[in-house]
Design a protein around this ligand. Structure first.
Ligand SMILES: *[C@@H]1O[C@H](CO)[C@@H](O)[C@H](O)[C@H]1NC(C)=O
Ligand SMILES: *[C@@H]1O[C@H](CO)[C@@H](O)[C@H](O)[C@H]1NC(C)=O
Ligand SMILES: *[C@@H]1O[C@H](CO)[C@@H](O)[C@H](O)[C@H]1NC(C)=O
Length: 439
């Protein structure tokens, strides 16, 4: 601030005093005045870049705040969708019927699913998709009866006659004590006694939701269905974003440390340690939230070198001090160096734009008439390209996905030209914090 203020007061003084007494000897000559004017212009340019950077930073902060608030806001009004029945000959996963919650269906072996395999509760209290049904196969297809069973036509229905030791509508269960692979058998906590009642001298037994019956008809037991495993075997994605934990009769999802389970019960959302003050960054360093954690950063300006020296003008920006008029090397050194920290998920789909760099020309003064953008450094340059996205803007594009966890750096520059003559160079140092997960 101070040098600029001095220039302007000085300039003002000169202009006014010279106008009043044009012959005054105390005035600077034209050359000196022009030099001062140029330095003033540079100073204003610097101020403007800083101002633009400041606004960008504030916008980013606001967006972050907005996101946090939107996520944290309670559902405006609890809307419920009607509870969906478990389809006959099928299973239902997911029990919540609030907005944005999903339920999934699968059919028992030998039955075909019609309608939707996943349905989501919409804000107007209706489910997406169509009613789900598990329909018996209408023909004796080769694999309808498993384990050596024979398919027979019985009126309109098709039925399996199972070979010895097999049972179930498709002969999929062994009549002996061996239950299907996806049931939990080695833990008594995951078994229940069936509820049985006698109808017409016939014993009828059933299991609670989330359990299935196995064993012989005289000696049956309800064993937990491992939803996590069934779902995986079915090749259906998305029961849980991270880890599925089977519990007796049901399941729940869990997230890695640094994340918490989102209100849909299946997604993981990052915990912003910086906003929630859960970080241990010391004073003088800044907290950067990353996927699953945080980093403490302290960007430093380059050390003075010859006529080139820098001053920190904001926590994330360095500006070059004015150069001696005739020092070429100083003039070519970066005029501003800014620092950027981007958290990224692992294995991001590419190509994806990561960062934009634009020029800011002072009002009433012609801006640079051409710009050149480039990648000047960093430890993984091969993953990026820098290209122009419009006349004033360059864009850093990730072209090869990055596998986390890792931190990597890339340095880009923008050179401004006016009438083919070099004006100034700006450098942005970008650090990417790639999380260990794809979310
Ligand atoms: C509920 O919303 C969905 C999508 O927003 C729409 O397709 C559907 O027709 C709506 N149903 C009713 C009953 O309003
Ligand atoms: C800050 O916390 C991290 C773990 O979150 C730990 O590894 C590190 O040692 C801590 N640093 C200090 C200075 O306490
Ligand atoms: C610094 O600038 C002066 C002109 O003001 C020049 O003579 C000198 O060579 C420069 N020094 C370096 C190290 O570039």
């Amino acid at each position: 601030m101070m040098p600029g203020l001095q220039y302007s007061l000085f300039l003002f003084f000169c202009l006014t005093s010279c106008q009043e007494s044009p012959a005054s000897q105390s005035c600077l000559n034209k050359q000196q005045l022009l030099a001062t004017v140029r330095q003033m212009q540079q100073f204003l340019k610097g101020q403007e870049t800083r101002f633009v950077e400041g606004i960008r930073h504030m916008k980013h902060r606001l967006t972050t705040l907005q996101n946090t608030l939107t996520k944290a806001a309670p559902e405006p009004q609890a809307v419920f969708c009607p509870v969906l029945e478990v389809p006959l000959h099928g299973k239902k996963f997911g029990t919540k019927n609030m907005v944005d919650h999903e339920v999934h269906f699968i059919c028992n072996p030998g039955f075909q699913l019609t309608g939707s395999s996943s349905r989501m509760c919409q804000p107007n209290g209706t489910w997406t998709g169509e009613a789900t049904q598990c329909k018996g196969v209408s023909e004796c297809t080769p694999h309808f009866c498993q384990n050596g069973g024979t398919c027979v036509n019985e009126g309109e229905q098709y039925k399996c006659i199972c070979s010895k030791d097999w049972t179930g509508s498709n002969c999929q269960y062994q009549t002996q004590t061996v239950p299907p692979t996806w049931s939990v058998t080695n833990d008594p906590g995951f078994s229940r006694k069936p509820r049985c009642a006698k109808f017409d001298h016939m014993q009828q037994c059933s299991c609670e939701a989330g359990f299935h019956m196995s064993g012989t008809s005289e000696n049956s037991i309800c064993q937990d269905v491992n939803e996590c495993k069934v779902y995986k075997l079915e090749g259906a994605p998305g029961l849980c974003m991270h880890t599925c934990i089977n519990i007796p009769g049901s399941y729940h999802c869990s997230c890695p440390t640094g994340y918490r389970l989102f209100s849909d019960g299946k997604s993981c959302e990052d915990i912003d340690e910086c906003v929630l003050l859960l970080h241990n960054c010391t004073t003088g360093t800044m907290c950067i939230n990353t996927g699953g954690g945080f980093q403490c950063v302290n960007p430093e300006c380059p050390k003075p070198n010859g006529n080139v020296s820098y001053v920190k003008t904001s926590p994330f920006q360095c500006e070059r001090n004015p150069c001696p008029m005739d020092s070429r090397s100083c003039h070519y050194a970066p005029k501003t160096i800014s620092f950027h920290y981007l958290p990224l998920p692992s294995n991001l789909v590419t190509p994806t734009p990561l960062f934009r760099m634009a020029t800011a020309s002072a009002p009433g003064r012609p801006g640079p008439d051409s710009l050149r953008f480039g990648i000047v450094g960093g430890n993984s340059r091969g993953h990026f390209v820098m290209q122009r996205s419009d006349r004033q803007t360059g864009e850093l594009i990730l072209t090869q996905s990055l596998q986390g966890p890792q931190a990597t750096q890339v340095e880009v520059d923008m050179s401004e030209y006016l009438g083919r003559s070099f004006q100034a160079k700006h450098v942005s140092k970008i650090t990417l914090f790639v999380s260990a997960y794809e979310f």
